[in-house]
Ligand binder design. Sequence first.
Ligand code: MN
Length: 417
Amino acid sequence: MALIKSWVASANSADTPFPLNNLPYGVFSTPGTEPRCGVAIGEMILDVAACEMDGLITLDADGAFDLPFWNDVMDLGPEVWQKLRARLIELLSENAPERDAVAPHLVPQAEAEMHMPMLVAEYTDFYAGRHHATNVGTMFRGAENALPPNWLHIPIGYNGRASSVVVSGTDIIRPNGQTKAPDAEMPSFGPCKRLDIELEMGAIVGTSTVLGQPISVAKADEMIFGYVLLNDWSARDIQAWEYQPLGPFQAKAFATSISPWIVTKPALEPFRTSTPAREKDLLPYLREPGPMLYDIELGVTMAPAGKDATTIARTNYSQMYYSAAQQLAHHASSGCAMTAGDLLGSGTISGPEKSERGSLLELSWGGKEPITLDTGETRSFIEDGDTLTLTGAAKGDGYQIGFGSCTGTILPAIHFP
Ligand code: MN
């Protein structure tokens, strides 16, 4: 696969995250206009709501783009998704006859504000990265019992909160919560002292399942609309006290950030790759009929207030032990109904090397080995004013499928009570 050329000049650079091969879906507004659906192309956004109004794009559902979310388009199903993509490629490719009609509907990204790309129906977060689970397990239970006994058989997850999923660029208020120091008699309440990130990918479910009906892994893969970068902000000290025996609650409920552009499956198709070798055979309902992970290079940077960013980790989505399709099939296996707009967090993505760890908990080994930033400052966890940014791109031959960035700055906790 090579770069597909567009008449939008900025889309033909090897460095743009948004060549014609990508065409990710977002929701944008410009000063004085309402948020609506747009497609990134080079340094521009194609206003697809305006294109539909002009008759350049015709879908089965009128007005599906003139809304501040992509859920209505998701609901139309995979055949319409394919038609839409084919039409966008037609309109934006090098020798498009409609060029003069389309050009007025391009908006510079620099002038646009990005919003949440979809209404998040529900949010589930998994724990499917083997290196992450092994690192965390080693810290808390010792190397012998690092992986819980179910881990190689089930993509473990918990039901998170859709209400606190926010788009990249949204400031994050440091959470308050209940914690207990090991030697303290009583717990206390106050600002989180061990605030962390989790580098994850988010899979967006594009069609619904019927309550009571399980689905195969192949069907689950068909149902996925696209992927975003996801930061599962985590309060480690709150988590350590609250999680037994039901798992994370307030430690994860205060915020989850996602990147603004939904990168669709067809754009990622050339980068499909297999999950790692199975250490134990999976039960038949979880077996994959083909490669369902993607080779996506990921990075994390940290910038103290007003200072330059330092790259603190680099890893790859192909490190996951379970794919999003396996997670979705497992999620529906009990009969749990899945909905268009459901967001599935992959679980923290860490590689085998120290520089590939996707959380500060791992990078600083529970705070015992603080990391040093390029500014000379050290960090075990996040301080007020720090900006954390996730980046991701699949690298092709002379082009890339970029995700843009997923960034957030930490504001001081609210004094309470
Ligand atoms: Mn997580």
